[in-house]
Design a protein around this ligand. Structure first.
Ligand code: NAG
Ligand code: NAG
Length: 466
């Protein structure tokens, strides 16, 4: 751990101030103003932790204001301040080395541990954990309202909700509430720049119907198993139509178990047992620079029995180095990368789709960007295309008729090749990015294309040259 401390000093000046605002809110920050963090209490017994990073690369003008991104992790139960920050898009990686393609280069970033009970966010007693998506959304809107007062930069540029996996569903739902509140005048000082949904858990039914087709087409599923896997999707659909969402979640879990056995364990890397990438097998040490990040890079989780095989690295970093450094975290709180209790409390809502929310955003003129990793299994691109085709948005048929534009992101010798890194199609306020050679966690697998995609989605005036 000692070896990490000099690097920690780089994370920012080791000079922290604390601010107390009665019992309801406490915050702290670095003297240079580049980081702030704190707790907000949007309702009794609920302590939501947020961590703001101001970009050192800010350039801003009236016609191109600097954006702020609020990043929401999946699960439900994954911690944004740990996972999103240190494994995906924050300024430092797990070794506290600078991350080359941190999204901080093109935006300010706020990580919020949500729902309550996740990461550094905690409930004073378990009864305050959220049991509905709407409660999780209301808590987040409460946090955003407080941050609008605390962070002047949030009021001066466009605000983007970016969510991965279950966080994508949350981003769409929070976006709906913010957009309504802006229209009815209850929020006046926020410019909602857009909602960005990364490998988002928007339509579980469409995903359930996609698994066999995808995995069979890429030789990962035994051809004998296709029919059985599809039968379970039919059951999922029937249960959802009957309003039995918890039963549908159970069937979906059984469906993944069946796929697991009939694919000889596709992509079951990591203790969260997600099916992240159909090119990977369980226990495989994937070909990524940072193997630590891959081991712990799984998102939605489903298999509680296995969670005791948690990787040590991010737990150690966050509990032993970050937590004491932040000063304001209760001593008794043990940070977890993902919190099973939060996932279980939402069992009645986990399978609920959010297609209508995306439609409401589109109809309200909010910019919506969807991006998806080509190799993702759990939220497969063909399933995303399936839910997109169900949108009632009046631009849909024209959108679907348009060609896709190949993106080489070719602006330096190092990253330049004939290789296509992604495709994009956009029309009016909707854009869809197909990110090639990426699994469920796109910024982990393809940091540079992910960085370029988010710079475009946020129309950042920041410099994206590699
Ligand atoms: C405005 O919209 C927000 C978000 O949906 C809602 O919570 C609030 O009650 C609305 N207020 C009024 C005055 O309509
Ligand atoms: C939405 O995206 C379009 C480009 O696709 C852009 O012209 C417009 O300014 C964006 N709107 C907001 C609110 O950012």
């Amino acid at each position: 751990m000692a070896g990490r401390l000099p690097a920690m000093a780089l994370l920012s000046l080791l000079c922290i101030f604390l601010m107390f605002h009665g019992a309801a809110a406490i915050s702290a920050g670095t003297r240079d103003g580049m980081q702030r963090w704190g707790y907000v209490t949007p309702r009794p017994k609920v302590n939501m932790f947020w961590w703001f990073f101001k970009s050192p690369n800010r350039v801003s003008s009236t016609c191109a204001p600097w954006p702020t991104i609020l990043w929401l992790q999946g699960g439900p139960g994954g911690s944004a301040t740990g996972r999103g920050n240190f494994l995906e898009i924050g300024p430092r990686d797990l070794n506290l080395d600078p991350r080359k393609f941190t999204w901080l280069r093109i935006a300010d970033i706020i990580f919020v541990d949500s729902p309550v009970g996740v990461g550094f966010s905690y409930a004073d007693d378990p009864s305050a954990l959220v049991k509905t998506d709407s409660q999780a959304v209301a808590d987040l809107v409460g946090v955003i309202k407080v941050l609008l007062k605390k962070l002047p930069t949030l009021r001066s540029g466009p605000f983007f909700l970016v969510g991965e996996s279950y966080g994508g569903k949350m981003a769409a739902m929070v976006g709906v509430q913010l957009s309504r509140a802006i229209r009815n005048g209850t929020i006046t000082n926020l410019m909602l720049g857009g909602v960005v949904i990364g490998d988002g858990w928007i339509s579980p039914e469409d995903f359930s119907f996609s698994y066999a087709q995808l995995l069979h087409a890429v030789s990962r599923l035994n051809d004998n198993a296709v029919e059985d896997v599809n039968k379970m999707a039919v059951t999922v659909k029937e249960q959802m139509m009957a309003g039995q969402l918890a039963a549908a979640q159970k069937t979906w879990t059984d469906q993944l178990d069946l796929i697991d056995s009939r694919s000889d364990s596709v992509a079951r890397v990591g203790y969260l047992q997600n099916m992240d990438n159909f090119l990977l097998d369980t226990g495989m040490n994937p070909v990524l620079e940072n193997t630590k990040s891959l081991k712990s890079s799984q998102l939605m989780y489903r298999n509680s029995q296995r969670s005791h095989i948690a990787p040590k690295d991010i737990d150690d970093l966050v509990n032993k180095v970050i937590k004491p450094w932040l000063k304001i975290i209760p001593k008794s709180l043990v940070w977890q990368e993902a919190t099973l209790a939060v996932y279980e409390e939402l069992a009645d809502y986990f399978m609920k789709p959010a297609i209508n929310e995306v439609d409401e955003l589109l109809a309200a003129g909010v910019n919506v960007t969807v991006y998806n990793g080509q190799l993702d299994v759990i939220c497969p691109t063909i399933g995303v295309e399936a839910w997109v085709s169900k949108l009632k948005w009046d631009g849909l048929s024209h959108f679907l008729s348009l060609p896709r534009r190949p993106l080489h992101y070719c602006d330096s010798a190092i990253y330049c090749s004939k290789q296509i890194r992604a495709y994009v199609r956009s029309y009016k306020n909707f854009a869809f990015y197909w990110i090639l050679q990426a699994g469920h966690m796109v910024p982990v697998d393809q940091p540079y294309p992910a960085f370029r995609m988010i710079a475009s989605a946020t129309q950042s005036p920041g410099n994206t040259s590699s």
